[in-house]
Ligand binder design. Structure first.
Ligand code: GLA
Ligand code: ZN
Length: 678
């Protein structure tokens, strides 16, 4: 792995010249230059054009594109085209096409439509990757590599079943161990021969009736996709060892364990497509997850739309100023690039109505469009920033634990409530801290906790080996830990940890959860604060899950108002060594969490970079070479005033010295530079 440091903020995105006559290319490039585009990603979906038959290749058109880019000082993020194999390949080698969870063999015609365990696919993919690396290794336009596109196929074919059995042998060694870990005594599913291991299937209506198998299959699919990707990575690395290699993570991040995946990319890259329903904190959280994947290393926004998409149920236009704001939001959270899907709108195909820099109206009208003008302004600004904060880091004292195994297990679990969604719960806690503009990292349950004073683990259902010890060491050393209902319940194979909930965390929290109630939609309870606790007083609505808690050394902060458990504790705190462990045994309204974190952050001396920030204004800080860069983002559709206090800053965007009251327009952004007091 290399740790890439980009020379500039890469600004550009996906471009498909092969969908257009050659005469158009130079006209496209002229427009790119006018928008200060400095990188294009290609040829993401051009495998069929590059390899028209098993023994025939056509690279000449790509040579021309590469040369044109170099002549015009535009870098290329060179993509292997392996996300969409040619139809001839799928027909000649049917093993390449995946089988879905309903047992249906897929037909050619989609993309990301290959079995990750197909030897033939891997062979063809690493072969074209090798050919491209050999051909373009010294090319002046080659900036970096982009392998395939948005991996994520889950395949259930016979090859995958065989590979799964091998994967299980590696993991468990013997059938006895497998049966023990999967608790196959349940419903008489004892396995006497490895051949009896059958991948999950919806043919039996419910693929989750054996959560332990479903969970391992999910892990196995992460490993299968990584192995598939690594064949290309290794092929390219051998030929261009100094070039950055990555692949872009889909914004729907659930399918593959990205913490695992991140070990195999030189830089994390993801595709940011917020829905109109997303809170600003949801986008911020995903950016922070991306930054967390490689322990705080900068990441790439490989794709975002310059305007609407085509694939959402309602493809809302980006409001004037919104694409700029979203771009600065990405940089504010640790991205070092701003890239689009796409630079030119296709004239046909499923994405024909997707937003682009160059619209269907064509070259002569492009510059008259709102989208082009906004992108060109952004390009000019990014250019002027001159990479000032590239590779700058965060200094967070608070962190949220995020874990893919846990995510899958919570949502594979039959019970307690179908409305319990892990990402939503994490987002809820993140949102409260985000409203307070507290700098936050996203970490694994097994991360090194030593730099943090406050750690939050919403719904930490699964305690994998060493996790409880890691948390206990953190708290006994003086840390503050917050967790919630449905935590400490299961081990890494989804077996309940016996002896009382929350299992291994019981002494840390000083409580015993006897049972948990799931509330049906529309039903709520109330939690009432026993005696004012920092910013918390009075009553707050709660619901979804209500734990029935016995105190075993902890103190109750709040109790329930209603139901047969009225008067019993639902929020508790326990002193453990030098620190404190807080347990929130229900799903409270947002204002409770804001009050809780105002209190805990004050106790732990954790502050926002600026005080008294208006609602819907985001503030983050990146640090580099004794300089602090403060990003202020106004997500309101109206102007706001931000008080910068007595300090003097230089705003890199308006290029002015600023201090005191600072006005930010609707969707406005500022990047304030200040030397740190040394
Ligand atoms: C994804 C893909 C792109 C494109 C965009 C459209 O993220 O990676 O190829 O399809 O969506 O929004
Ligand atoms: Zn398969």
């Amino acid at each position: 792995m290399i740790n890439p440091k980009f020379p500039i903020i890469f600004y550009g995105g996906d471009y498909s010249p092969d969908q257009w006559p050659e005469e158009e290319w130079m006209k496209d490039i002229e427009l790119f230059k006018q928008a200060d585009i400095n990188i294009v990603t290609l040829p993401v979906f051009s495998w069929a054009k590059l390899q028209p038959a098993e023994d025939r290749y056509d690279f000449e058109w790509l040579d021309k594109v590469m040369d044109l880019m170099a002549e015009n000082s535009i870098s290329v993020c060179l993509a292997t085209p392996t996300a969409a194999q040619p139809i001839w390949m799928s027909l000649k080698y049917p093993e390449i096409l995946p089988v879905d969870i309903e047992g249906r063999k897929r037909t050619p015609g989609k993309r990301v439509n290959f079995c990750p365990n197909s030897k033939k696919y891997r062979e063809f993919a690493s072969n074209i990757a090798t050919k491209m690396a050999e051909r373009y290794k010294g090319h002046p336009a080659l900036a970096m590599w982009h392998v395939a596109n948005e991996y994520g196929t889950y395949c259930y074919c016979e090859n995958c079943a065989k590979a799964f059995r091998e994967w299980l042998k590696q993991r468990y060694g013997t059938l006895e161990e497998l049966n023990r870990r999967w608790n196959t005594a349940f419903w008489g599913h004892t396995i006497y021969d490895w051949q009896e291991v059958i991948p999950p299937s919806k043919l039996n209506d419910d693929d989750t009736c054996y959560p332990a198998i479903a969970l391992d299959y999910t892990r196995f699919m992460t490993d299968s996709n990584i192995a598939c990707y690594m064949e290309e990575y290794n092929a390219i690395k051998k030929i261009t060892p100094d070039k950055t290699i990555t692949t872009n993570i889909s914004g729907y991040i659930k399918k593959l364990d990205q913490f695992k995946w991140a070990k195999y990319v030189d830089i994390v890259a993801w595709d940011n497509y917020p829905t109109p329903y997303d809170d600003i904190s949801t986008v911020a959280l995903k950016h922070d997850i991306m930054r967390g994947l490689k322990d705080g290393q900068s990441f790439m926004v490989m794709e975002q739309s310059p305007n609407q998409q085509n694939w959402q149920p309602y493809n809302v236009l980006k409001r004037p100023g919104e694409v700029r704001l979203l771009s600065y939001q990405a940089l504010a959270h640790g991205a070092d690039t701003v890239m689009f899907f796409q630079l030119k709108a296709s004239k046909g195909g499923v994405e024909k109505l997707h937003g682009a820099l160059i619209p269907h109206a064509g070259h002569e009208y492009a510059q008259k469009t709102r989208v082009f003008q906004e992108c060109a302004q952004l390009g000019e600004e990014l250019n002027k920033l001159n990479g000032a904060f590239l590779d700058a880091r965060f200094h967070s004292k608070a962190a949220i634990i995020f874990d893919w195994d846990n995510w899958w297990a919570v949502e594979l679990s039959s019970g307690p409530s179908k409305d319990l969604h892990y990402f939503e719960q994490v987002n809820k806690y993140y949102k409260a801290l985000h409203r307070l503009n507290i700098p936050l990292d996203i970490i694994k349950p097994t991360s090194d906790f030593s730099q943090y004073d406050l750690i939050i683990a919403p719904v930490l259902y699964m305690t994998k080996p060493n996790v409880a010890d890691n948390l206990k060491a953190f708290v006994s050393g003086g840390g503050t830990f917050v967790s919630t209902f449905f935590s400490g319940i299961a081990d890494e194979n989804d077996n309940i940890i016996l002896g009382g909930y929350p299992g291994e965390l019981r002494d840390l929290f000083g409580i015993w959860v006897e049972e948990f109630d799931a509330l049906i939609p529309g039903k709520t309870n109330e939690l009432s604060i026993y005696r004012p606790f920092g910013n918390l007083a009075g009553k707050y609505e709660c619901g979804l899950i209500c734990d029935v808690i016995h105190l075993e050394g902890a103190q109750a902060i709040a109790g329930y108002e209603k139901g047969f458990y009225a008067g019993k504790p639902c929020v508790t705190v326990n002193s453990y060594g030098k620190g404190k462990a807080y347990y929130v045994g229900t799903d409270p309204e947002d204002s409770f969490l804001i009050g809780l974190f105002q209190t805990l952050c004050k106790q732990k001396n954790i502050f926002a970079p600026l005080a008294d920030i208006p609602d819907n204004v985001e503030v983050t800080q990146r640090f580099k070479d004794e300089k602090a860069f403060t990003f202020i983002l106004n997500h309101n559709e109206f102007a706001v005033n931000v008080n910068l206090g007595q300090d003097n800053y230089f705003d890199l965007l308006s290029e002015c010295q600023v201090t005191g009251d600072y006005s930010l327009g609707a969707f406005g952004a500022a990047i304030l530079e200040r030397r740190e007091a040394i």
